[in-house]
Ligand binder design. Structure first.
Ligand code: HEC
Length: 378
């Protein structure tokens, strides 16, 4: 304690008397104060068990010094050492800034502080900035960051672009890759990211990860069993809109279930504005893995009737008296209640798997190109 007071007394000797107010004096006073703060901070930095918050004057000097050092390496060092209250508000601002190195460093610090983790969570829940924060956590790639990312990839309520960014982030570190494999094994990876997760892990430097991923995240192949390019590469390819339209309405049978601008049948969702809603990658996923992201409104049911017939399709309505099922042929089947033996919800989509076996790789890309043109009007 004696040593502490001695150092502090020495530090306070640098106190400058208040000066008359003028611009020049102000800046001179500022400089003097900066020098004084630096001395105080350097002095107390050496004392490991000194609670700088116990003396308001010292606490203010520390805060001023930290504010002054913003944008320099000194800043992070001081924050780490003093963990000042309320610093998370300042750190969180750099988290989404243009300076990526500062952002990653801020993330590392925030994750060490209780209040910091809460601040990160708040940013993750504000839709406008979530993706930027997720990308920063991915660049950091330590256990704490990956813990957050793992939470995001398993959260079906989050939009695809957030979960996709979290998958990409996890795939950047070996710890993250292992978490992805574990999540996929436990079936906690939300379906619509499993193609991109598999594509990224297939390129892992770690052979064990590549093998594990091939098992739990199988990738779609073409009809002749030739593998398709990984989905992120497939999304880079460009196709022919007219050829895509032709396939959509014809051979590929899409229009049997989807209406586009009043053409087609009403089994699946209307795709007239799908180009506004989905990215190329999400469209490819919808076709290559239709059961990956079945939406609430399109749950597929199988009804077993007294006669032993199984009628499968979307449940349009259900009362005590009857149940109406819309089949893949866009036919509404009404089954009287007394004829129903069981109703089972299916976890596969009514949309067929392997439609890309009909179209081939180029046809698939053409259809996606066509769907990209389907945008919200006006
Ligand atoms: C037998 C009916 C059926 C056929 C055929 C079909 N779909 Fe679907 N599709 C659906 C249903 C139902 C959904 C809703 C979600 C689900 O169950 O997967 C869907 C979902 C989609 C989605 C996602 C829509 C969204 O809002 O997220 C896209 C994109 C899509 N289909 C494209 C196609 C394309 C392209 C084809 C042809 C290659 C096709 N579908 C063929 C029934 C079908």
């Amino acid at each position: 304690m004696k040593v502490h007071s001695l150092i502090l007394t020495v530090a306070f000797l640098f106190l400058v008397p208040p000066q008359a107010r003028s611009a020049e004096n102000d800046s001179r006073a500022d400089q003097a104060q900066a020098r004084q703060d630096a001395v105080i901070v350097r002095a107390i930095e050496r004392i490991s068990d000194y609670d700088y918050r116990s003396d308001p004057a010292v606490a203010e000097a520390v805060m001023r010094q930290i504010r002054r050092s913003q944008g320099t390496p000194e800043f992070m060092r001081l924050v780490k050492r003093f963990k000042p209250d309320g610093i998370e508000t300042q750190l969180v601002k750099t988290l989404v800034g243009d300076d990526r190195s500062a952002a990653v460093e801020s993330a590392a610090l925030l994750l060490e502080l209780d209040a910091g983790r809460k601040a990160i969570r708040r940013r993750l829940n504000s839709t406008g900035q979530a993706v930027a924060v997720i990308e920063t956590l991915g660049l950091l790639g330590n256990g704490r960051a990956n813990h957050f990312l793992a939470e995001i990839v398993s959260d079906a309520e989050r939009p695809y672009d957030q979960r996709r960014a979290a998958v990409t982030g996890l795939a950047k570190s070996n710890d993250g890759e292992k978490r992805l494999v574990a999540l996929a094994t436990e079936k906690k990876l939300v379906g619509d990211t499993f193609l991109v997760a598999g594509a990224l892990l297939a390129r892992s430097k770690d052979g064990g990860i590549r093998d594990a991923a091939a098992k739990v995240l199988p990738q779609p192949a073409l009809k002749d069993a030739k593998p398709l390019p990984p989905i992120d590469e497939l999304a880079q390819l460009r196709g022919d809109v007219a050829a895509g339209l032709k396939l959509f309405r014809g051979e590929a049978t899409c229009a049997n279930c989807h209406i586009v601008n009043d053409y087609g049948k009403d089994v699946g969702p209307n795709l007239s504005e799908i180009g506004t809603k989905l990215s190329r990658e999400a469209m490819l996923t919808a076709v290559l893995a239709p059961s990956a992201g079945i939406s609430h409104n399109y749950e597929n049911f199988s009804v077993l009737t007294e006669e032993g017939q199984v009628i499968t399709g979307l449940k349009i309505s259900q009362t005590d008296n009857e149940i109406v099922i819309r089949t893949a042929d866009a036919i509404d089947r009404t089954i009287p209640g007394e004829e129903v033996v069981t109703i089972k919800k299916s976890d596969t989509s009514i949309m067929p798997e392997n439609l890309h076996h009909i179209t081939g790789q180029q046809g698939l890309v053409d259809i996606v190109e066509y769907m990209m043109t389907l945008k919200k009007k006006g």
